[in-house]
Design a protein around this ligand. Structure first.
Ligand code: G3P
Ligand code: MG
Length: 246
C-alpha cells in the first residue's frame, strides 16, 4: 500500500493526555490538536471483534471488570470507557476497530495499529484484525506494530500490504534478525538511556525509522530529535505541535 511517511508527532492512544485513551473522543481530539497520525491498541472480544483497549482487563479504563478476551462484544458495548477519566466523558463507549477506521477516514487521520493480544491469543487476534482490514474497501495509511513477534510474523503473512514496525521496550541484541523476519520499516522503542545517538545511527544504517514512546514534554522531544529519532508518540500531540516540533 502507498505509505505516507510518519510525521514527527503521533498521538499516543489518541490525544490521551486530554481525553480517555483509545476512545473515539481521544481520536477526534488528536485531529483537533493537529495530529496527522494516531496510535491505538487493539485486542479482541471473546466473540472475535477487534476493539481499542490497552490493558488485558477492563478495570482501569472502564466501569467493567474481567478480561477483554473473556467478554463478548455485547457485554463490552454496555461499558462506559470515559467516566474513569473525567465526568465530561461519561457515556463514551469502547470503540471497535471498524468505528475507529470510519472516524479516521473521515478526519484524514493515519493509524499506527498496535496489535495488543492477550497472552496466547496472538494469532487469533491478528487474524481477526486482518479480517476487518481485508473487508474494508479503503483504508487510511497505516503501520502495524506489536510487542509480540508472533503477531507481527502473522501480520506479515495475513496483512502483508500494511508495513510493520517492531516494538520493544529496549531493542534486544537480535533486533536486526527480528526486524528482518517481519520486514519491518521501523523500530518503535521506549524513551530510555540505552537509546543513544550511536544506537539510533545503527538502526538508521539498517534502513529502519526510529520512533520513541511516550514523550510528553517539548524538551524531551527536542532532545530525542537532536539524537536522531525520527518521531515520537505523545499523549499531548497539541503541546508538541504548538512548540513547533511537528
Ligand atoms: O506503540 C507505542 C506504545 O503504545 C507502546 O506501549 O504500552 O503504550 O502500548 P503501550
Ligand atoms: Mg500502544
Amino acid at each position: 500500500m502507498k505509505q505516507k511517511s510518519i510525521p514527527r508527532i503521533t498521538a499516543h492512544r489518541g490525544a490521551s493526555g486530554n481525553a480517555p485513551e483509545n476512545t473515539i473522543a481521544a481520536i477526534e481530539l488528536a485531529a483537533n490538536e493537529g495530529a496527522d497520525w494516531i496510535e491505538i491498541d487493539v485486542n479482541i472480544s471473546s466473540d472475535g471483534i477487534p476493539v481499542l483497549h490497552h490493558d488485558d482487563d477492563l478495570d482501569r479504563c472502564t466501569d467493567g471488570h474481567g478480561l477483554v478476551i473473556e467478554s463478548s462484544m455485547e457485554e463490552l458495548e454496555q461499558l462506559d470507557s470515559g467516566a474513569w477519566f473525567s465526568s465530561r466523558y461519561r457515556g463514551e463507549r469502547i470503540a471497535t476497530l471498524d468505528e475507529c477506521l470510519d472516524v479516521c477516514e473521515s478526519l484524514d487521520l493515519s493509524i499506527n495499529l498496535e496489535i495488543k493480544p492477550s497472552s496466547g491469543w496472538e494469532i487469533p487476534t491478528t487474524d481477526q484484525i486482518a479480517e476487518v482490514l481485508h473487508r474494508r474497501h479503503t483504508l487510511p495509511d497505516m503501520v502495524i506494530s506489536s510487542f509480540s513477534h508472533i503477531a507481527l510474523l502473522r501480520a506479515a503473512r495475513q496483512i502483508e500490504f500494511i508495513p510493520r514496525a517492531s516494538l520493544f521496550l529496549v531493542a534486544p541484541p537480535d533486533w536486526k534478525t527480528l526486524t528482518d523476519e517481519v520486514s519491518a520499516i521501523n523500530l518503535h522503542l521506549h524513551d530510555n538511556t540505552l537509546l543513544t545517538a550511536d544506537a539510533i545511527d545503527s538502526y538508521h544504517r539498517a534502513g529502519l525509522g526510529v520512533y520513541c514512546y511516550t514523550v510528553n514534554t517539548a524538551d524531551d522531544a527536542r532532545e530525542l530529535f537532536a539524537q536522531g529519532v525520527d518521531g515520537v508518540f505523545s499523549n499531548y500531540p497539541g503541546l508538541l505541535l504548538d512548540a513547533g516540533l511537528g
